[in-house]
Unconditional design. Structure first.
Length: 129
């Protein structure tokens, strides 16, 4: 068991978002700070962060592995775009708060967001037989 982590019911929210007008998309330190701050705002626990820069002015891909799932980013600095994926589980997890932090840290605006209820957050009617 992860220290400081308590098992929670299997409920979750998965947000998939596209951000436009972002700054700092080649800045590995900024992106790591944004992922860690997003996790804190979401009330989830970071297990590790792995980021890969593709080279000067070529963007970053990365993931914050969470006890409650993950937050990931893939960036296109030449277009000011970032693809964000936030999946968090548990009764206190707040995916929307995580997304707000990432938007603020990168100075971007939401171009598209899709919310997908996961696991026990779905009703029986939406579950496949």
């Amino acid at each position: 068991m992860t220290p400081g982590f308590t098992a929670a019911p299997a409920t979750g929210l998965h947000l998939i978002a596209d951000l436009a007008g972002c700054d700092g998309l080649c800045d590995v330190a900024l992106i790591e700070e944004a992922l860690r701050e997003a996790a804190e705002a979401a009330h989830v626990h970071v297990l590790s962060v792995h980021l890969h820069p593709f080279g000067p002015e070529q963007g970053v891909t990365g993931v914050a592995l969470l006890a409650e799932s993950h937050i990931s980013i893939h960036s296109w600095p030449e277009e000011g775009l970032a693809a964000i994926d936030i999946f968090v589980c548990g009764p206190l997890a707040d995916a929307e708060a995580a997304l707000a932090v990432i938007c603020a840290r990168l100075g971007g605006t939401l171009r598209h967001v899709q919310a997908i209820p996961r696991l026990g957050a779905r009703t029986r009617a939406t579950l496949a037989p």
